[in-house]
Design a protein. Structure first.
Length: 402
């Protein structure tokens, strides 16, 4: 591809080092190359039969091989003779950015679908457990009674924000860098894409869309790690709130009795990796002079890996949560400790005109000396009495995720 300038063969150690791990970009580069070919046809650089030939050959390309420096040079090689015309008015710099943007947009669509499936299962479980009591926690100490439905809807809220972050990343990836060529456009007068980026230097230098994707993935994984941690806790003998479904739990290689929450743990563990991918690419882009530098080849592997993990973790957790067997008896027993109504009792005094600090002291004293009894009107008050309508929240969540 650039043999006209560099006469001799590259040393194999150099070749191996420079080769991009970018085969996953192939379908996206094929798509962007087709658009580029149409632009060449529009100004007469390709004639109709050459365009037809390019179109046909592009659909036949299935992979790249060891002898290719990267996916871009591979496509050019596999187009054969007509491939010698295809790179007019473009550079691998705008080519890789175009293909990578299409990739990220697609990865965001995948994430949206997997989030929607997981949220759908959570909303279904919340519907069926809208009134199943469970203790709510702060500091991992039992705090106030809530219901399983209310807690699961808290998870759904996190996923809703994740969904918005992936949509933002997709919107950032949408503009097209085609036409920027190496960094300064071309003299060939190719038609600008409808969504062309405004500045050719920015078009080949910008990787914010990939950072936005990795940020969305990292934040999603932070959420999945919190969900995973709670599932690990709930399924211990100590909590005993739930049993893992067999299709989403693992056994021990030595201890025959065990059912392990590996799915929840791995989702939790992958949060570290997801955060690492984001900070890694931030560090790669930091201080890079505009426009393109080969450092940017490092942008793709973390995004490819994040896409696999997002789909993998959401898919497995969806199965786990769908089959989770809640132990309503254990949950109710844990939630029915009368002390969890201490706050409601203090608020009942406030409603009678007692200043809150005095009410707090009175109730605390009764807890300390063992005389605490929750007032009649709040003993059965879970959520509606506190202004929380789980049934309505479930309905609204179904709307948002439909
Ligand atoms: N494989 C390269 C990448 O992923 C493609 C762009 C190479 N451009 C260049 N000027 N060497 O970034």
């Amino acid at each position: 591809m650039w043999s006209g300038r560099v006469g001799g063969e590259l040393a194999s150690a150099v070749w191996d080092f420079l080769r991009g791990d970018d085969a996953e970009l192939l379908p996206y580069d094929l798509q962007a190359t087709l658009v580029h070919a149409q632009r060449l046809y529009a100004v007469g650089i390709l004639d109709a039969s050459e365009l037809a030939e390019v179109e046909e050959k592009l659909t036949a390309i299935e992979g790249i091989d060891e002898s290719d420096e990267d996916v871009h040079s591979s496509i050019e090689r596999q187009l054969g003779e007509v491939g010698r015309k295809i790179h007019a008015g473009r550079s691998r710099n705008d080519q890789v950015a175009a293909a990578f943007r299409l990739y990220v947009a697609d990865a965001c669509a995948d994430a949206d679908a997997a989030l929607t499936a997981f949220a759908g299962v959570l909303i279904a479980r919340a519907t069926e457990n809208a009134t199943t009591p469970m203790p709510g926690y702060t500091h991992l100490q039992r705090a106030q009674p809530v219901t399983v439905g209310h807690h699961l809807l808290a998870w759904v809220e996190m996923l809703g924000r994740d969904r918005a972050r992936f949509a933002f990343a997709a919107a950032q990836a949408e503009p097209s860098p085609l036409g920027a060529a190496a960094l300064a456009g071309s003299t060939l007068g190719l038609p600008a894409p409808r969504n062309a980026m405004r500045n050719t230097i920015d078009a080949v230098a910008d990787r914010d869309f990939a950072l936005d994707y990795l940020y969305a993935a990292a934040t999603l994984f932070v959420h999945l790690s919190r969900i995973g941690e709670e599932l690990v806790l709930w399924t211990t003998s100590e909590f005993g709130f739930a049993r893992l479904p067999e299709e989403a739990s693992t056994g021990s290689s030595i201890m025959p009795q065990k059912l392990n929450p590996d799915v929840a743990e791995l989702a939790r563990g992958k949060a570290g990796t997801a955060i690492g991918r984001l900070t890694g690419l931030l560090a790669t882009v930091k201080s890079l002079p505009l426009a393109y530098d080969r450092d940017l080849q490092e942008d793709k592997p973390p995004v490819f890996a994040a896409r696999r993990d997002v789909a993998g973790a959401l898919g497995a957790l969806t199965v786990l949560v769908a089959g989770l067997e809640l132990d309503a008896g254990r949950l109710a027993a844990a939630a029915s400790d009368p002390l969890l109504l201490a706050t409601d009792a203090a608020e009942a005094l406030v409603a009678e005109g007692v200043p809150f600090r005095d009410a707090h002291e009175q109730v605390a004293a009764s807890v300390r000396d063992g005389s605490f009894t929750p007032p009649e009107q709040v003993t059965d008050c879970y959520l509606l009495g506190r202004g929380i309508d789980v049934a309505a929240a479930v309905g609204a969540a179904k709307e948002r995720w439909s």
